[in-house]
Design a protein around this ligand. Structure first.
Ligand SMILES: C[S@@+](CC[C@H](N)C(=O)[O-])C[C@H]1O[C@@H](n2cnc3c(N)ncnc32)[C@H](O)[C@@H]1O
Length: 337
């Protein structure tokens, strides 16, 4: 079987199964089969080497005949995709904010809408209104200069999953040579398996010694006084927010493959978000201490969240941030003076 035949035959199979992304999926799966270093232990958290084949290689070499191992691997990938398994779980990889993350069944596949949270945190840290210039090769972004008053901060990621939020933020700071700043970084998740995935990703980006991983319920974790050591505390939280009753309406590939613990949050989907707001609002802040809290939620939940905030927090700065498609997606709260 050559490249052209592999692409065509498999794309047809996926199309017949009503998989709308059939062309892209087949290309990605074929490239993974061709690039996977069969001698490397799998899953290999390491980035692909310089010589990795890419999409243009496929079309310039469409008569290349797959060797036995490549063909077996590719057929196995297509079989899994025909069972609706998401591509990210088949290849154990998902790109988020321009970085590749190792993912498996223990963590939610990072979603593009969550990238907005990274932008917003970087705006707070740098004071620069960043521009998103999405480019398929280099993916983003402008340079940052840290605000002097934010040179020392604590960054806390609740429900870290793959670690995509905290690792992307710290990667951006490192990339912009803001590596002399002092920060304490904490990643928390209730799932030990998720924490282990986040650790794989932190190691890949040399952040394993910079982030402290805490497996616990976030309510207990946020009770620990040693995470409030700085005057500036930034908390990011993409906690579950699907209503229990809506779970059955999610697509089959989400229900069958993604961890339910990462998705549902009670009758109105606000069990966790509500608790987190409550917890932070009760925190006794020192004078000059500030907590920035970033929450992701469903656009349909924003009026309910605003109502909770109005009822419980009269003196807190609230901003609701829209994503590129105009949907309200992130709630930004500022506690303290
Ligand atoms: C929607 S996923 C988000 C994962 C990742 N932050 C992202 O944006 O892709 C929610 C995460 O919250 C974790 N989680 C659920 N309940 C939790 C709790 N009570 N305390 C801490 N983490 C929790 C889940 O294990 C899951 O990894």
């Amino acid at each position: 079987m050559n490249v052209q035949q592999a692409l065509k035959a498999s794309a047809n199979k996926l199309k017949l199964q009503n998989i709308s992304s059939f062309v892209l999926d087949v290309e990605v799966l074929l490239l993974e089969a061709l690039n996977r270093n069969n001698n490397a232990p799998h899953p290999s958290p390491l980035p692909r080497g310089e010589g990795a084949k890419n999409k243009s290689w496929l079309y310039l070499n469409n008569e290349y005949i797959l060797n036995k191992k490549e063909e077996e691997l590719f057929n196995d990938f297509i079989k899994q995709r025909l069972e609706n398994k998401p591509v990210a779980y088949i290849i154990n990889k998902k790109e988020f904010y321009g970085y590749d993350f190792y993912v498996d069944k223990n963590v939610l596949i990072p979603r593009p809408e969550t990238e907005l949270m990274i932008e917003e945190v970087l705006k707070i840290l740098s004071g620069v209104h960043t521009l998103v210039c999405k480019n398929s090769d280099t993916n983003k972004i402008n340079s940052y200069r840290l605000k002097p008053e934010l040179q020392n901060f604590n960054l806390i990621d609740i429900g870290t999953g793959s670690g995509c939020i905290i690792i992307s933020i710290l990667n951006e700071l490192t990339k912009n040579k803001i590596n002399k700043i002092i920060y304490n970084a904490y990643a928390n998740d209730i799932s030990l398996e998720a924490i282990n995935v986040a650790k794989i990703n932190a190691k890949k980006y040399n952040l394993n010694k910079k982030i402290r991983f805490i497996k616990d319920d976030f309510e207990k974790f946020l009770d620990k006084e040693d995470i409030y050591t700085s005057d500036k505390i930034i908390i990011t939280a993409n906690l579950p927010y699907i209503k229990n009753g809506d779970y059955k309406n999610l697509s089959e590939n989400v229900r069958k493959y993604e961890p339910k613990i990462a998705l549902t949050a009670g009758k109105n989907g606000l069990d966790y978000i509500g608790k987190l707001i409550n917890l932070i609002s009760k925190k006794q802040l020192k004078s000059n201490q500030k907590i920035y809290l970033f929450l992701e939620a469903d656009p349909d939940q924003m009026s309910e969240i605003t109502a909770i905030l109005r009822e419980r927090l009269a003196n807190v700065d609230v901003e609701i941030i829209r994503d590129l498609s105009g949907k309200e997606r992130i709630v930004k709260l500022l506690f303290g003076n």
